[in-house]
Design a protein around this ligand. Structure first.
Ligand code: IVH
Length: 659
């Protein structure tokens, strides 16, 4: 088949599967199969660059890096919504509205807590995406929006339209992102909205591509005179074109609207993304012109804002966490209280500026809520309840663990303990080193590390591998039996052969998260090559920017770190990349099983072909099998594969895929 035709076919298939997965949430093929299609397209476009188009799904992986943001003037201003805070406000809205449009009915939908964006399509192709900006002029964010898979690159019809909607980050993606940033010693985002906004406001689209963003479309931009459909019909039309839209509730009275709003509010925690309210809109768009606008917002719609669920409790103490990087974080110890379905007993106080601004003191009664519905924070102090004797908060000036005088960060917001030998920092560093995503030493949880650390057995990373010298003492120590110590020591030994990226991540180099560690390990292959590399070598790598490069060089040039790495080498830790490299073949990463009699080749020949394309052939079907190739008279393996829902190919499918 000629390349052009195949590329078109692949683009269509991938767009279709993106739609099934990201819009309908109903994938019809496996992830592996999807990756295979995408890889085939990438390869074909590489071989025929002249056939690569801007609307290709391969553009979604990110790559475009801008110098700055272009301004985009909106064809119609992007307005905001007036707010209602209770049923009474909704009734007032209804009264005002019915005075001019007595026949209006309503649609109630979720108000997503993200950021608004406008998408322009010409002849069905996505040509531009812009932020709201000041409502009149926004910024061009097309390069980043292309990475959002719920946003179609090509519509089902070749139309010229502009649509608007909300870009957001699902809660699970937000928690994962923050976990990874914390592990890499980077600042975390306060809530999913900030994370989404921060991702969209990046010049380098690879960052957005890496962060799971999503988008729901809530309107079609048209002059009111041209609006021929109701809002509900518009949403169906948008769905037909391929957009993800909100579930909506149609209401023919304000009482029904109130019920719908309260209903959404009661379910607010059940969605996998944050919502901060409900939006009530008139369904009949033909009435919009009559109902009219204020300077800032339409009069035919209103946002019903949820009460942020707050709880009253008391600050029993303020403690300090010393992070791996030395950052000091004050934390409020709260009398435990239930809020939005979970018990909260700690709230971060961020830094001393935050505490002073809110005048938070130990013993205060405070209102607590979950920021972005996830992270507990102090909203305000109930001053009437304050004890007259209470003392204003004073921040510590010395490290709570090692008493080193604290220093201010560049931004002046945070305090740091700069003592690299600080026990709190070291214990945190050890906890990070042994953690699952780093060296993964089974049986060595936080408590074990802390006990061994406090008793002096563990002062540095190399000490972990010298614990075996203390076997007898450790066994005699109450709390650790012979069996568990031996098991732990065996587990520790095992990790000596870990591939380089695990060690590299475990070292806790600032900005080197799991992914960067892997990229570096794969690129250089050995630790000594990384040690010898300079900033210039490092920034040449795709995923590595200036900040990361400098941090790696600083770490590797440090005498103490070098001595420690040398010690680890002498102890016998593996310092080379021994992980799997993605292979180039069409079947790389796939596990095959062959069964039955093949027509035009022997099984051994089939095996050789599959392996030549990077696939692996095993003898029995298990959950790890990706594809069963079934010839004639296939027996129990076929039945097992079917029961495990494994993809099944006949011989002709195999041959097709091999070419
Ligand atoms: S309709 C005239 N529908 O809320 C503005 N907005 O305060 C029409 N939002 O900027 C907006 N979910 O970013 C609409 N289902 C929804 C929404 C929604 C979230 C945001 C939007 C807008 C803000 C208004």
């Amino acid at each position: 088949m000629d390349a052009k035709k195949r590329i078109e076919e692949l683009k269509k298939a991938i767009n279709h599967h993106d739609y099934q997965y990201h819009v309908l949430d109903k994938p019809t093929i496996s992830d592996v199969e999807y990756d295979r299609l995408l890889r085939e397209l990438v390869d074909l476009e590489k071989a025929h660059p002249e056939l690569k188009t801007d609307d290709s799904p391969t553009q979604r992986v990110g790559g475009a890096v801008l110098e700055g943001f272009e301004k985009v003037e909106h064809t119609l201003p992007m307005l905001s919504l007036a707010n209602a805070f209770n049923p009474e406000d909704l009734k007032d809205f209804d009264r005002r509205l019915k005075a001019v449009a007595p026949k209006a009915t309503y649609i109630v939908e979720r108000k997503l807590d993200g950021l608004a964006a406008a998408l322009t399509y010409e002849q069905g192709k996505l040509v531009r995406a812009a932020t709201r900006g000041n409502g009149v002029v926004g910024e061009d964010i097309t390069h980043n929006v292309k990475t959002i898979r719920a946003v179609p690159m090509t519509l089902q019809k070749s139309v010229d339209i502009e649509v608007r909607g909300e870009i957001f980050m699902p809660k699970a993606a937000f928690l994962r992102l923050n976990e990874a940033r914390e592990a890499a010693g980077e600042a975390t985002f306060k809530n999913p909205r900030n994370a989404a906004a921060g991702s969209v406001r990046q010049l380098d689209s690879r960052i957005a591509a890496d962060r799971t963003l999503d988008m729901v479309i809530y309107s079609l931009s048209e002059h009111d005179e041209d609006a021929s459909m109701t809002h509900q019909e518009t949403l169906s039309y948008l769905r037909e074109l391929g957009f993800k839209t909100n579930d909506v509730i149609a209401c023919d009275s304000i009482d029904a609207v109130i019920k719908a709003c309260l209903d959404i509010e009661s379910k607010r925690n059940d969605f996998d993304y944050d919502i901060d309210g409900a939006v009530v809109k008139v369904n009949e768009r033909a009435l919009y012109k009559t109902i009219g606008y204020t300077a800032k917002s339409p009069k035919w719609a209103i946002a019903y804002k949820f009460q942020a669920e707050e709880a009253l409790t008391r600050i029993e103490d303020i403690r300090y966490q010393v992070g791996r990087t030395g950052q000091i974080t004050p934390v409020a110890v709260l009398r435990p209280v239930d809020i939005q379905g979970s018990t909260v007993s700690r709230a971060t106080l961020h830094n001393d500026g935050y505490i002073r601004d809110k005048d938070i003191r130990i013993g205060d009664d405070v209102l607590i809520r979950k920021a972005g519905d996830i992270i507990p924070e102090v909203v305000s102090v109930v001053l009437e309840n304050r004890d007259a004797e209470s003392d204003p908060f004073t921040m510590i000036s010395q490290c709570p663990k090692c008493t080193t005088p604290l220093t201010r960060s560049e931004s002046e917001a945070d305090l740091y303990c700069e003592n690299p030998a600080c026990p709190a920092r070291q214990a945190e560093a050890l906890i990070h080193f042994v953690s699952r995503r780093a060296m993964d030493i089974e049986g060595m949880g936080n408590r074990v590390v802390e006990v061994f650390y406090n008793e002096g057995y563990l002062q540095s990373i190399p000490d972990i591998y010298r614990l075996k010298d203390h076997r007898e003492v450790l066994i005699r120590r109450a709390g650790f039996g012979e069996k568990s110590i031996d098991k732990l020591l065996t587990n520790i030994e095992k990790t000596k052969s870990n591939s380089l990226e695990k060690l590299l991540f475990g070292l806790g180099i600032r900005y080197v998260g799991e992914k960067v560690a892997k990229v570096l390990a794969m690129h250089f292959g050995t630790l000594s090559d990384i040690i010898q590399s300079g900033v210039d070598d490092l920034v040449d790598i795709d995923e590595v920017g200036e900040k990361i490069a400098q941090s790696v060089v600083d770490y590797m040039q440090n005498d103490k770190n070098q001595a420690m790495l040398k010690e680890l080498q002498e102890i016998g830790l593996n310092m080379t990349f021994t992980g799997k490299r993605p292979e180039a073949g069409a079947f790389s990463g796939l596990v095959f099983v062959l069964t039955g009699k093949l027509d035009t080749m022997t099984r051994d020949e089939a095996k050789a072909h599959i392996e030549a394309q990077g696939g692996k052939v095993t003898g029995s079907v298990s959950a790890k099998t990706n594809v069963l190739v079934a010839g004639e008279d296939a027996g129990s393996k076929l039945d097992k594969a079917k029961s495990l829902d494994i993809e099944i190919w006949d011989e002709s499918t195999l041959k097709e895929r091999l070419t």
